[in-house]
Design a protein around this ligand. Structure first.
Ligand SMILES: *Cc1c(COP(=O)(O)O)cnc(C)c1O
Length: 429
């Protein structure tokens, strides 16, 4: 039984004092593969997707579409697993579009988000056979003009969804908050409505949906509720026969044990979405648009851990540094946002040392945790960063000319699979 708070016994637990993840012994995995590496679990990923999708259905939403936010983790094997479960994709680049299609996600389950779609990316999407994408989630009037012009050239009709800026202020980190006026995302209501009477925007485009996405790592749903009300009101004002309302992603997870009690369950979230839409939209119209979701973090964060090896210790007066072989180039969230991630030793022992866990990168911010209480760790000992399945590998870089790390998957038969090889020096250009 795991004694530490915040470790779910099933996903991450000690067995004979050795840490297990999704039924695999981490030390045995590290004996066969060079650290550092990401280790993912198909079981947890599938369970998280199903909980989300089934939760949406259980709340009474008709024909929900879950479009996994690929930027959180675009690993091809993981996307294939989600595709088989019926997931769609929320993409933000031509690269992600190509990956989603290759992994088996049909175009009509793909929403294309982002403020900076290029002409090349728009043409790539418009050239897809049939009706093409579920939608371009449009963020500016110039973008709409460009998409319409591209569709005209190709003699196609572009399916358009406006991303509404609902002007709300979610309580989350300022760098991952996106739903207010000063943020670059979304269109204000007046700009959405202004386009509707203007035929030059719509010669080769059709308004099929309206979306919001107010931020990430949301634990307080007050702003979400308000934003869904705004989405509904503006949706009705468009008087368009909308096929879907897209409520975005952003549902958080408990990175810190203190967040566990605040964490909304999927069913709480779904009931809030369903009740808000019922009250502010469905009750007032005969239209029955389906609901689209764009979750990333909630689906994949807990399906991954990052495994590192201790290189050495260094003591500078009161400061005890444990230097590990993983760096901020592999996992950026702590250095980029000051994000908290639990650090757990692979060998169970009583915690007694206060230390700083730091990587090899030449930046002071290359630190995975300051003043953490951990057992004494020596060279060769293993340590994991918890909850790194989302915005982990996908945000990584080659900074300091380090190769990108290995990605491993524990598949549904509990077999270990390499799903992305580590880069070696010959691949660094
Ligand atoms: C990043 C992003 C998401 C996913 O956010 P999560 O917090 O990972 O759920 C969804 N939609 C859009 C438009 C995004 O930019």
């Amino acid at each position: 039984m795991a004694k530490r708070r915040g470790i779910s016994v099933k996903e991450l637990n000690y067995k004979k004092k050795k840490l297990q993840f999704s039924h695999q012994d981490i030390e045995s995995v590290a004996a066969k593969h060079k650290t550092p590496f990401f280790l993912y679990s198909e079981e947890i990923l599938s369970k998280n997707y199903s909980t989300f999708y089934e939760g949406a259905k259980a709340s009474g939403l008709i024909d929900p579409l879950v479009c996994f936010a690929m930027k959180s983790n675009p690993n091809k094997e993981l996307i294939k697993i989600l595709a088989k479960l019926g997931s769609g994709a929320d993409i933000v680049s031509g690269g992600e579009l190509k990956r989603a299609l290759e992994a088996g996600i049909p175009a009509n389950k793909i929403v294309f988000s982002g403020v900076g779609k290029t002409e090349e990316e728009i043409l790539f999407a418009l050239k897809l056979p049939g009706k093409g994408l579920n939608s371009f989630n449009v963020e500016s009037l110039e973008e709409l003009e460009l998409i319409n012009a591209c569709a005209k050239r190709l003699k196609k009709i572009a399916r358009i969804c406006f991303r509404l800026n609902p002007v709300v202020n979610p309580k989350t980190h300022k760098y991952i908050s996106t739903g207010n006026k000063t943020h670059k995302f979304g269109l204000l209501e007046k700009d959405v409505l202004k386009t509707l009477g203007q035929s030059h925007y719509w010669s080769h485009s059709q308004l099929v949906g309206l979306s919001i996405h107010i931020g990430s790592q949301l634990l307080d749903l007050k702003a979400t509720k308000k934003a869904i009300q705004r989405l509904s009101e503006v949706g009705l004002k468009t008087k368009a026969p909308l096929e879907f309302l897209d409520v975005g992603g952003g549902l958080g997870i408990d990175y810190h044990p203190d967040e566990t009690k605040k964490l909304p369950s999927v069913s709480t979230y779904m009931n809030l979405v369903a009740a808000s839409l019922e009250k502010h939209f469905y009750k007032k119209t005969d239209l029955r648009p389906r609901v689209v979701f764009e979750p990333g973090r909630r689906i994949v964060a807990k399906a991954g851990i990052f495994v590192m090896k201790v290189l050495r210790n260094k003591v500078s007066e009161q400061n005890h540094f444990v230097i590990v072989d993983g760096g901020m180039n592999d996992f950026m969230r702590p250095s980029l946002y000051g994000a908290f991630h639990d650090l757990i030793p692979v060998n169970e022992a009583k915690a007694k040392h206060e230390c700083h866990i730091v990587g090899p990168i030449c930046e002071t911010s290359d630190c995975f945790g300051s003043n953490r209480l951990l057992p004494a760790l020596k060279a060769g000992d293993l340590l994991i960063i918890k909850d790194t399945g989302a915005y982990g590998y996908s945000m990584g870089s080659n900074y300091n000319l380090r190769g990108r790390p290995l990605e491993l998957l524990i598949d549904s038969k509990n077999k270990l699979k390499v799903v992305n090889k580590a880069q070696d020096y010959s691949e660094l250009t």
